[in-house]
Ligand binder design. Structure first.
Ligand code: GDP
Ligand code: IMO
Ligand code: MG
Length: 434
């Protein structure tokens, strides 16, 4: 019985939602292990479009249990809104969804703290999603956060809440911020939210352990991407959680020894939202073309995504820190109209070729990518489901990525729909997710 992680190999928005939804049919449980409603995972099912932010994409399959793990940060208003949206589509959220009692709660004042820190003088803004994600994780690591379980012990909730309130008020005063937050109203509102979700709250680590004991299969759904991981990403231009594979274990309580495969999802090119270094970014017409053809606008914030070329050194790095068994390359169809496709095959820094990924953002910003141009195919690949049916140059492009990254290309996505996917026969991907 294989438990697998499906996660982003780049800077997020690789198409994880589509891939998780596709594979979920073969799994009993889909669990999120980090992040919050900063994620936006798009799934198309026929004419219907779903954008899942906090709830695992697996919930769209009626036989799948969706688990929000302890590593996730939960905005209760956003959660309830998403539950209501899914219920309106006939999804049995009450039966399918479970929420960790150890997950931390995002409060509206976390957004205020974020606004303050992003706007501070002498600080380079990260360009966050403004969802209060970072400040909530700060409180978690600072050991003053409020967890879902605390909501059900009213004495302790009020005490913890008061301490947080004092803390945030002191911060607002320090930064001379006019504080219009009604803390009492937020407290009451959260008591009501807590009552609403109570039937779904449990010890999800125990639930997952029990499921594994019964031979059930778990898929872990990564949010964001490895280059946004707080440790391994382009720090400080990262999110505040462990998006890389290691996070799946700490963020759910499933031991690393019970995870059997890691699937990296990567676009056939690359995008990034928000600020930070991006060696292969293209700000010319070619970048505009990728944005237009790929409809590269944020699923959560609507911001235009920065676009660029496939970056082999970056992928080799994310393969190293995650241990990818296989890659699923998405959005191949977006490259259909190009005559030539540049691929970054190396990095130069101060005139010298370097191996590995620099640790500082200044060094990352100074990188000069070394490109090789591959011929395009100028034929539609949209909706192709068999590898053999891809144009020869598209296959050569994928083979090039496979050879240079050193990781099998086990699957290819050729459109946003479930059906628009190639899973290569005999691949590790087929074994892990088939
Ligand atoms: P996620 O955050 O990794 O789940 O990705 P997003 O949902 O934010 O962004 C991926 C976008 O690409 C979504 O709009 C998907 O519907 C779309 N998409 C996924 N795979 C493909 C593909 O193979 N081709 C095309 N054209 N679009 C795709
Ligand atoms: P999915 O799961 C792309 C980016 C933000 C910002 C940085 C920090 O859909 O791939 P945060 O609000 O998390 O503190 O912002 O991370 N970011 C994402 N970029 N896809 C995401 O999620 C992202 N979630 C956060 O744009 O640069
Ligand atoms: Mg997204």
């Amino acid at each position: 019985m294989h438990n697998i992680i499906v996660l982003g190999a780049q800077w997020g928005d690789e198409g994880k939602g589509k891939v998780v939804d596709l594979f979920a049919e073969r799994f009993d449980i889909v669990a999120r292990y980090q992040g919050g409603h900063n994620a936006g995972h798009t799934v198309y099912i026929g004419e219907k479009k779903f954008v899942l932010k906090l709830i695992p994409s697996g919930i769209l399959r009626p036989n799948v249990q969706a688990v929000i793990g302890n590593g996730v940060v939960v905005d209760l208003a956003a959660l309830i809104e998403e539950m209501t949206m899914l219920e309106a589509h006939g999804i049995d959220v009450q039966r399918q969804l479970r929420i960790s009692n150890r997950a931390h709660v995002i409060f509206p004042f976390h957004r205020l703290v974020e606004k303050m820190s992003e706007a501070r003088e002498n600080r380079i803004p990260i360009g966050t999603t403004s969802r209060g994600i970072g400040p909530c994780y700060e409180d978690k690591i600072g050991r003053r956060g409020i967890r879902v379980a605390d909501l059900y012990d009213s004495g302790s909730f009020r005490d913890l809440y008061e301490t947080l309130e004092e803390d945030k008020k002191a911060l607002a005063a320090t930064f001379n911020l006019h504080d219009t937050i009604d803390y009492t109203q937020i407290l009451k509102q959260h008591e009501a939210y807590a009552a609403r979700i109570q039937p779904l709250v449990c010890d999800t680590a125990a639930l997952l352990a029990e499921a594994m004991a019964q031979g059930k299969r778990i898929m872990f759904e990564g949010a964001q991407g490895t280059m946004l991981d707080v440790d391994h990403g382009t720090y400080p231009f990262v999110t505040s959680s462990s998006a890389a594979a290691g996070g799946a274990s700490t963020g759910t309580g499933v031991p690393p020894t019970r995870i059997h495969g890691i699937v990296g999802v990567s676009k056939a090119y690359i995008t990034r939202v928000g600020s930070g270094p991006f060696p292969t970014e293209n700000t010319d017409a070619a970048g505009d073309l990728l944005r237009r053809e790929g409809n590269e606008f944020g699923a959560v914030t609507g911001r235009p995504r920065r676009c660029g070329w496939f970056d082999v050194p970056l992928l080799r790095y994310t393969a190293m820190v995650n241990g990818f068994d296989t890659l699923l390359i998405t959005k191949l169809d977006v490259l259909d109209h190009l005559d030539e496709i540049p691929v970054c095959v190396g990095y130069r820094l101060n005139g010298k070729e370097i191996a590995g990924m620099p640790a500082t953002y200044r060094a990352l910003e100074a990188i000069e990518p070394v490109y090789e141009n591959l011929p395009g195919w100028r034929t539609s690949t949209r909706g192709t489901t068999r590898y053999e049916d891809l144009p020869e140059n598209a296959r050569a492009y994928l083979k090039f990525l496979e050879d240079r990254t050193g990781v099998e290309v086990g699957g290819v996505s050729t459109g946003p729909e479930r059906t628009e996917t190639i899973i290569r026969a005999g691949s590790k991907l087929e074994k892990l997710a088939g």
